[in-house]
Design a protein around this ligand. Structure first.
Ligand code: ADP
Length: 554
């Protein structure tokens, strides 16, 4: 394997992490940059669209009043110079003017401060103007033009003039000049603010919106018109607290009023930003999920590798375990067959050895068969009310020869104290005890004392197998009950084993509703305790016949 491939293998997690995270970060970074640019460009474009719209509204207003003024106030100078002002009344009567509170004429040719005539729409005639606030407003508005007339000066720039000093009386004036460009009088109108606010402005505002914001974009916009005092005199669209997107002043007559736009709805940039936030969150979640997946896959692969290593160890260990008793059996059987010894004690001893080794062999085969039954969920139990002392004594008896040959001494405790019968499968329990005793023998080292203690602890029957052997490190104590698991120390590896014994013990004990507990200290020995519940089993006993019924457990 190349060193690069080795590097990849060793750092799979980090490589995976970088492979996922790096493109993700690059993608998010690019998205963020594009988004910022888009926001800038789009904000500028939007601001321009808003300003254009507002200016168009202003221009429309200006256009309306200019064209109205130019049409209505264009009175021939001859009416002033020839004293025919009454004809102006007829002139106006024929062309009614919308949005005007009053039309008036001021004649500068007669008196110093001129005569004031107002058009009475009801009578269709010019009437002499009553002294009123309106009359004062007209006098004030006309004074500069009248002064020109008084000082006999020509009007330099003719055309419509506006006087809006008094917000109540917004006046449009058209100075009337003779051939020498001298002012002879004024035609004027006082505007009707209600008309402007209630009719003209809403229609202009409404008409211009779809022109400047096509495609439904106007739906979200709110237009507000404020007077000189800042009061809203017109508000369209949804009420909103959004700040003004753009504001402008009317260019003509209502020059002290402002019109502004707000966008309460979600702008495209806001959509994009929200989208970005969602993208980022989802991508990060995805990255976390992916990393989690990689981690799990690595763990699973690691576990699979370990399991397969354990299995191959298992095969070699089991072959060895099978071979050892077989070899003993063959040797002692051979000795007997060849008649090498005639001494009855020796013959008996060889026979015992052959028997004990065959038992060991069948225990091993039992274990393997049981393991396969447990794995496939086919192991069956046959529960009967049992005196645990009987099971322990019988098991110790069958084990005796093996122990004696191995030089072990067994100290048993509590076998004389009566214990209530417990509902167990005696064969399964004997097998569990065998496995524990087997381990005590295998892992005892030079210390050749094993204690078997049967006791009662509250509602539990406790069967303990105590050795003074090599012990089990704390970190391994939970794992030794897993199938194929063997402690990795050299001391253990000198002893052959299948790694199945304790997993079978645990299965048997748990199927009995009990627990297997280990207390151990390396170098000092181990105590394995099978705890079986007394009380619950007693309760169960009350409900059913001392059972013959086979019970399957997985
Ligand atoms: P094995 O066939 O290897 O003995 P077991 O499942 O019976 O398999 O035991 C699992 C492992 O637990 C053993 O390999 C050994 O490392 C450890 N072990 C079990 N019993 C003892 C004991 N009495 N003392 C020390 N270690 C033990």
């Amino acid at each position: 394997m190349s060193s690069f491939a080795q590097f990849l293998k060793r750092h799979t997690l980090w490589v995976g992490f970088l492979a996922v995270l790096a493109p993700l970060l690059v993608m998010l970074g690019m998205q963020f940059t594009w988004l910022s640019r888009l926001e800038q460009v789009s904000a500028l474009a939007q601001k321009a669209a808003h300003t254009n719209y507002l200016e168009a509204v202003g221009t429309e207003v200006q256009f309306y009043y200019r064209s109205t003024g130019e049409r209505a106030l264009n009175i021939p100078a001859s009416l002033f110079t020839q004293g025919r002002l009454q004809e102006a009344g007829l002139f106006w009567k024929k062309k009614p003017v919308e949005g005007v509170r009053r039309l008036f004429l001021v004649d500068f040719t007669r008196e110093r401060f001129g005569n004031y005539y107002a058009f009475d729409a009801d009578h269709g005639a010019l009437l002499s103007y009553p002294a009123s606030d309106e009359a004062v407003a007209i006098i004030v508005a006309c004074t500069p033009l009248q002064l020109l007339r008084y000082y006999n000066r020509p009007l330099v720039s003719p055309g419509l003039r506006v006087d809006e000093r008094d917000p109540e009386y917004r006046i449009i004036l058209n100075p009337i000049t003779d051939d020498t460009s001298r002012v002879v009088g004024v035609a004027g109108m006082i505007l009707d603010e209600d008309y402007f606010r209630g009719t003209l402005l809403p229609s202009i505002v409404k008409k211009a919106l779809p022109v400047f914001f096509p495609g439904g974009g106007a739906g979200d916009l709110a237009v507000t018109v404020r007077n000189a005092a800042g009061e809203a005199v017109l508000a369209t669209g949804r009420a909103t607290d959004a700040p003004d997107a753009a504001t402008t002043r009317f260019p003509f007559v209502f020059g002290d009023w402002t019109v502004s736009l707000r966008s309460p709805g979600t702008t495209p940039e806001q959509w994009a930003r929200a989208n970005f936030a969602v993208n980022t969150t989802l991508s990060l979640l995805l990255a976390v999920a992916l990393m989690g997946g990689i981690l799990l896959a690595l763990r699973a692969a690691d576990r699979a590798v370990r399991l397969s290593e354990m299995k191959s160890d298992f095969v070699s260990n089991v072959s060895h375990e099978l071979r050892t008793p077989l070899a003993s059996i063959r040797v002692f059987a051979e000795l007997l067959r060849l008649g090498r010894t005639r001494e009855p004690e020796k013959v008996q001893e060889y026979g015992e050895i052959i028997e004990s080794e065959s038992r060991r062999l069948s225990r091993l085969i039992d274990n393997i068969l049981d393991f396969s039954r447990i794995e496939s969920g086919r192991k069956e139990y046959r529960f009967v009310d049992t005196d645990l002392r009987d099971v322990v004594s019988a098991t110790l008896k069958t084990f005796e020869t093996h122990l004696r040959h191995s030089g072990f001494r067994i100290a048993s405790e509590g076998l004389d104290t009566p214990l209530p019968p417990v509902r167990v499968d005696p064969d399964a329990l004997a097998q569990a005890l065998h496995n524990l005793l087997d381990n005590a023998v295998k892992y005892s080292g030079p210390e050749r004392v094993i204690a078997v203690r049967l006791a009662r602890d509250d509602g539990w029957a406790v069967l303990s197998i105590i050795d003074r052997g090599i012990g089990i490190p704390r970190g391994e104590q939970a794992k030794i009950f897993d199938r194929f698991h063997r402690v990795g120390s050299t001391l253990v590896h000198e002893v052959k084993g299948s790694g199945l014994g304790l997993s079978i013990v645990r299965h048997i004990v748990e199927t009995h509703g009990g627990r297997i507990v280990v207390e151990s200290e390396p170098g000092k020995g181990s105590t394995f305790s099978i705890r079986l519940p007394l009380r619950e089993l007693a309760g169960e006993r009350a409900g059913e016949q001392p059972g013959e019924a086979p019970q399957a457990a997985g």
